[in-house]
Every structure is written in C-alpha cells, then in structure tokens.
Write a protein that binds this ligand. Sequence first.
Ligand code: FES
Length: 726
Amino acid sequence: MAGASTSGAAASPRPRGSDGPTVSEGAATADPQVIFTPSGRRGRVPAGTTVLDAARGLGVDIDSVCGGRGICGRCAVTPAFGEFAKHGITSAPSHLTDAGEIEAAYRAEHGLAADRRLSCTASLTGDAVIDVPPESQVHRQVVRKDLDARPFVLDPVVRLHTVDVVPPDLATPTGDLGRLFDALGAEWGLRDLHADLGVIRALQPALTRGDYRVTVAVHGGRDVIAVWPGFHDRAFGVAIDVGSTTIAGHLANLTDGTILASAGVMNPQIRFGEDLMSRVSYVMMHEGGEVELTTAVRKALDGLLAALANKAGIKRVEILELALVGNPIMHHLLLGIDPTPLGTAPFALAVDTAVELPASELGLRTHPGARVYVLPCIAGHVGADTAGVILAEEPHKATALTLVVDVGTNAEIVLGNRDRLLAASSPTGPAFEGAQISAGQRAAPGAIERVRIDRETLEPRFRVIGVDAWSDAPDFAARLETAGTGVTGICGSGIIEVVAELYLAGIITADGVVDGSFAARTSRVVADGRTFSYVLHAPGILVTQNDVRAIQLAKAALYAGIRLLMDQLGVETIDEVRLAGAFGSQIDPLHAMVLGLVPDCDLAHVRGAGNAAGTGALIALLSAAARREIEGVVRRVEKIETAVEPRFQEHFVEAMAIPHRTAANPNLERVLTLPARRGASAADRGADSRAARRRRRVEAATNAATTQPIAAIGATIATSATGDDR
Ligand code: FES
C-alpha cells in the first residue's frame, strides 16, 4: 500500500494551542479549583484556563473534533453552581468567563441547552464544579436494548480531527503532508502517522478549499485515511454478520455509537448450495467456483451497504469502517481464500488472527480509505461469528458456568467461564431452519411459530408470524385475513414446540415414534404409509414421522456437542444457557429443554441472546478495546473437534431420546411432569433397533471423518432422517 509516514513517540491527543495546563492538586493556592463529575477528578489550574484544557490536564474524558475552535459542540458541559460542602468549594456562575462570540454563534446556529457551556470557550476564573454529560464523553456507554446487546463502552477506532495547517512558504519547503502531520502532532499529540496515497492526492485540493483548515479521519491513532476541507464531523461504520443464509448489518455513527439503520439480505451463495458443505463441494467440483462464490457474497455485501446507507440517509462514501463476522467458510470465501481445506481433517484455517484490510480490496464501494476489520476465527468449524458471540455474551468474564449456543445449520457451542473457555461446532443440519421438514419453512409471515396441544383433547392451537392471536381466538380467522399471511408452514421455533408438545401429550414416545394407537382417540393422528403423522393444520400442515426424526437428529447432534465440552470440563451441570442466532433466540426455553436441545438447567437461567454474532460485530466496530479483548480471548479458547471425538457418537445416540435416554431432568421436572417412559412396546423395540442402525451409521461416518469431509456426518444424519426408520 502506498503512503507516507512520520516517526516519533506516540502521545495523547490534546486541544489546539495547548501544551496542557499546569494542574496542581495542592491545597492553598490562589488558582481556581475545578472538580469534574461524574469522574470526581479535581485539581487547580491557572486562572484563564479553558474548562477543556483543565479537563485534559486532569485526564477527564471530553470529546472534541474541532480541537477547541467552538465549531463541533462535542465538548459541551454543564457547570453546577452552589455550595458543595462535600468538595469544600463554592461554584458560582461568575467563576466562568461569559460566553463570547464563538459560543454565541454556535448556540445560535446549532442550539445549546441554556445550562450548557462549550468547555473549549469557557475559562475558569474561580472554583467550579463541572458535569460532563455522557454525550460529551469519548468513551461513553452504548446501550442497545433493542438488539439484546449488553452495554459497552465506545472506544472509537476512527477519530476525526480538525487542524489548521501552516501554509507553504518558499523559505521552508516542507511538503503539505509533512505540515499536516506537524499540525496533528502539535494540536492532537499524534505521532507515527501514516497516510494512504489517496489521502496524499486529496490533501492539496482540500487544503486549498479549506483555506488550510482540514479535517482528517485517523484510524487507530496512526493511519490518516480521509481528508476533507474545513470542518467535517460525519463518520459512519457498518457491522455485518455474514451468515450462510442471511447477511445482516447495522450502520452506526462512529462518533457516538448511534445505530442509524439495520437491514439484511439473503446470501446469494444459496444458489450454489443450501448448506456450507455443499458450497465447499461446489468449489471442489467446479474450476473457478471459489471466485463465483466470493463474487456473489461481496456483491451482496456491497448491496447491503447501499441499502443501509439509503435507509440511514447518508452517502456510502461516508462509511469509513466495517467490522465483519462469519463462520469459517463464509470468512474464507469473503476474503477470497480457498475454503476446501476446511472440508477435511485437519480442518485448517488459512488464518486464525483478526484480519484488517482496505474495504476496496473486497470491492466494497465506501470511502476509498475505509478499512475492514474481520474478527478472528477460532477453529476450522468455529468462526469469527463465534468470536462475535463471545464478545457479545462475555462467557469469558462469567463466574457461572455459561453455555452459549448459536444454532443454525451448524451449531456453534461455547462453554466455560472466566477460568476456562471451550468451543466446538456440531453438524445439526438445516432442520432447525425448516429444511428437511415436510411443512417446514423459514421464519416469515404465515409460519407457525408457537404451538400448544391440549393433553386431553389432543387438539392444537398455534400462532403464526404476523398475526397477534392464537388460532383458537374467536377472531383468528378475521385477523389472519387482515394480515393476509395465511398459514403457510412451520418455522424452526414452531417445529421445536410442536414436537415437544406431541411428546408431552404422549402422541410421540421418548424414542420419537408417532404412536399410531392415538389414531383411535383423535382424527389428528393419521396413517402415512407405514408410519403416522399428526395434522397440525388442515390441509397440508402435518408433522410426519420423518419430521420428528429430522428434529431428533439435529437436537442429538447439538446435545452431543455440548456434552463433549462438559466432559472436557468434567462437569455434569451448567449454570447459565444463552440461545443465540435468529432461530436460537426465538426458541422457547421450556420447549427446548423438553425436547432435550440443551442439558437440564434452571429455566430462569436460560434465555435468548438475539443475533449475538451481529452484536459482537457491532461492538468490535465501535470499540478498539473490544477488538484487543476478543483477540486475546480467542487465543485461549480450547477448541474441541467433534468430528474426531470418539465419544461424540455415544452422546449422539443417547441424546436421540426425548429429552434424553439417561440424563436426569431435575430442573425440568420441577415445572412439569414428563410422560412416564413406556415399557418395551413393539414401537419401542423397533425404535431401539433403528437406534442401533443409526448408531452404526454415525460411527461409520465419524470414524471416517478424519479423512473425509465432515459432510459425511451430515449425510448420515440426512440419510437417517429420510431413510429406513420404519
Ligand atoms: S471542542 Fe469543538 S466546540 Fe469545543
């Protein structure tokens, strides 16, 4: 990459024209004493020191873009007046200089609350107590309840700095870039600067247009990535979760962490294969296939950026930073790296550290200087999306043993606490997303998402996405018609609930057999060839024996992966469970536990975590400290490769039963009574022999997985789901 740089020691930014005030903490001097809240920092400064300079001298966090020119308004503070016995001072309005012309002009043009002052224009003439509101702090807390995101502290990676550059003169023929770097050093304490060729090209016109005042965007305190004439205070970033099915993003204001738009698009790679391994197979079997897949996902990302910018009412050229997460195959394909080594043992990642690169290298049309940060992958099947989940849910800081599961075509599993953290991936297949299910569909209006079955009448009631009523409500049909959705199928959360409810009603056995004897009790149970189905909604929406099998196989794979990690930690119970992902966060914890998706746990400690991977990307977008944190955590995560663990198959077969063949369910049985396990009926005996056949298939697949693609297990699962279970 072309560019230019200076050298020297790095230093902290400081406002224009200031070498920092002389701050003393001694008691009896004539200098005014200033106390900042909420930090509680206090000290004495010479009379006439601006509040901003005093704050910087005392290490108080106050924002600024304009460098004390009274233009940006980021430095607004609220002086507090009165007797402060606690602090031993009296703070009076007269202890600050009156608002001058600059502040009056700012107030007139942009508005400023009556009790606020610009700290860069207000000078101290006496003792004062100054409150710094959250919006004037650089490292303010970002709270996003709508995203299920934990509060986190903004730590901008990209910062804007306005400077006045000394005009050129014949006597001192320094280049413009050198004089820009000098100004950034003098006004903001920035050293070791570097600038891209694009910035160098744009600098002279910007200096001319701005009359030698320019604003620059500095990335990581070192790289000048953009320059604008005069004062400029707009900088935006985008966080994206590149999922194998959907690509979802948030566009945020980099200066204050506000999310301005969220949007998602389907991943166009689906046309090359529904699941990840079929896309890897496509690459293996088609020369140049990896280029097609890379092009498709990059185009989708570029389209998403356009949609987000449009929605937020900004220009895409104002996007300066991106943070991306994705599973290892998405990660590799997006970066143009061959994903085929991820398909066979030893499932080697091309890179397991974070990757930083110019956005232009991915063909993304943003600001030409924009950078992309890709979170680190953890292992061959545990990607940057899981790193995002960890960053969002912070199991590495928990004292309680915490399980975080991101359920999709593959389930990513993280288990541990602040002492030890393990991660694995388990091939659950696409059943949880509605694929392989006869009436399955993606979560969309019209999909059945909630189901209850009356234990006596065996009649169901349900809710569909887009209609705010249960199906047994008198006005359900009218509401359905108003919504115009119809009842179109069953989505993942609906499938979990209906199978769990069928089990609780006794219609399916612990081994997952739809009990045909119920056909005598209800017309809902109908013969379907040699097996039976349950009619959830006529016509056409049935839960078939194969549907139940597909769900059993998927949940058994998930449970077995979790159980492997528990074995590694030597634990029998888990304290906290977080269900992440579009599907995971919609699952009802009770039904998930009835079905045996996750080990028995206090239900009060099981909750959804939203799109935690996307939230993690957002945190990484807005916080340099979070990037350093996740890079450190990923290094100490212990990776467990489920495909080569001999105990996976044992756990898998045990977990085929509902909720589980052998594990106790003390927490679950505190809130409901599970059906009594029936004796060895003909159906059970048949199920046992089928389980033995499945076990042999899984053993064969897992034993082969060291030399064959992990898709072998998925293929076995698929075969079992549709094969000879009768
Ligand atoms: S620092 Fe910009 S207005 Fe005060």
